[in-house]
Design a binder for this molecule. Structure first.
Ligand SMILES: Cc1cc2nc3c(=O)[nH]c(=O)nc-3n(C[C@H](O)[C@H](O)[C@H](O)COP(=O)(O)O)c2cc1C
Length: 177
């Protein structure tokens, strides 16, 4: 199957966009994410798929917690920062408002809220993204309301790390030189 019909169908779903953040080994990371969903009701579980090319993936691999922040219409600046820049080159957290959450995970403040997930599983299906599943340990909708930011609002943002980028640093324990 070529990507054409598949890509058009997925585009038509027009996923809501979030920013996923994590911290480990003295590093903070975060990226724009369209691949995410609740994946169990009882117990509650949420899944976030991270590109193996991303700085955020490498930091999140060694992190206990990941935070998920829904973006709203009007938060284009955050989408460009977290989707168009890479933590391999810039410190995104000097350019946005945040505070430390459980396990040091950066929580973006002033937005529509966030959930903090404690990781319960890591699923790698051999593709270019890996799935982090977590149980919610904190969730708040405090903050500005409004319509969600959607894929079609930001599909002109050029990813800071295209998925075919080789990882710049190998994760610890990967055995790679
Ligand atoms: C519309 C859009 C959707 C994206 N969806 C995802 C996603 O689901 N998972 C992911 O890991 N990266 C996704 N990205 C890519 C990252 O947000 C982007 O490459 C970012 O610059 C990586 O930053 P980092 O290297 O600091 O982690 C998306 C980017 C865009 C523009």
């Amino acid at each position: 199957v070529t990507g054409v019909g598949f890509d058009a169908l997925v585009q038509a779903l027009d996923a809501a966009m979030v920013v996923a953040t994590a911290a480990s080994g003295g590093e903070r990371a975060g990226c724009l994410v369209g691949f995410h969903s609740q994946c169990s009701i009882e117990p509650r579980r949420y899944a976030v798929w991270l590109s193996k090319a991303n700085h955020t993936y490498r930091v999140a691999l060694a992190a206990d917690h990941v935070a998920v922040h829904p973006l709203r219409q009007g938060e284009r600046d955050l989408a460009e920062l977290f989707g168009g820049e890479t933590g391999d080159d810039v410190d995104k957290f000097t350019r946005c408002a945040w505070e430390e959450g459980p396990g040091g995970v950066p929580l973006l403040t002033g937005g529509a809220g966030y959930m903090v997930l404690r990781r319960t599983a890591l699923v790698d299906v051999g593709g270019d993204h890996a799935c982090l599943v977590g149980e919610p340990v904190l969730a708040t909708t405090a903050g500005s309301a409004g319509r969600p930011m959607r894929l079609t609002d930001v599909d002109d943002v050029r990813p800071g790390h295209p998925t075919d980028d080789p990882p710049r640093h190998q994760p610890p324990g990967s055995g790679a030189p």
